[in-house]
Design a protein around this ligand. Sequence first.
Ligand SMILES: [Zn+2]
Length: 112
Amino acid sequence: MSEHHGSCHCGAVRLVLRDDPVKAASCNCSICRRIGGLWAYAEPVKITIEGAGVAYRQGDCMLDTWHCGTCGCTTHWTPVDPAYQRMAVNLRMFDPALWQDLPIRHVDGASF
Ligand SMILES: [Zn+2]
């Protein structure tokens, strides 16, 4: 398994993914479609976030979506419930070589 390093544009928030993504997810829910994030889901133990981000919690949402307070890039999301063993990084914060050829799964989050 490889370790992949990503960061927001200014470098204040850095991400380490200890997993090799085999697919990416694009979601059409009200927040994801605005962010334009390309998500790689993983267990929280496989992801390390360095640096301080800003969390945004959608009204009734189960997730906190994080962005850099300086450059504004959306970096990852985390579950509100710490027992939920899944979070995601925004693959666009990583070298395109990691994700540009991955199959994209279109998640219909808008219907939930
Ligand atoms: Zn930044």
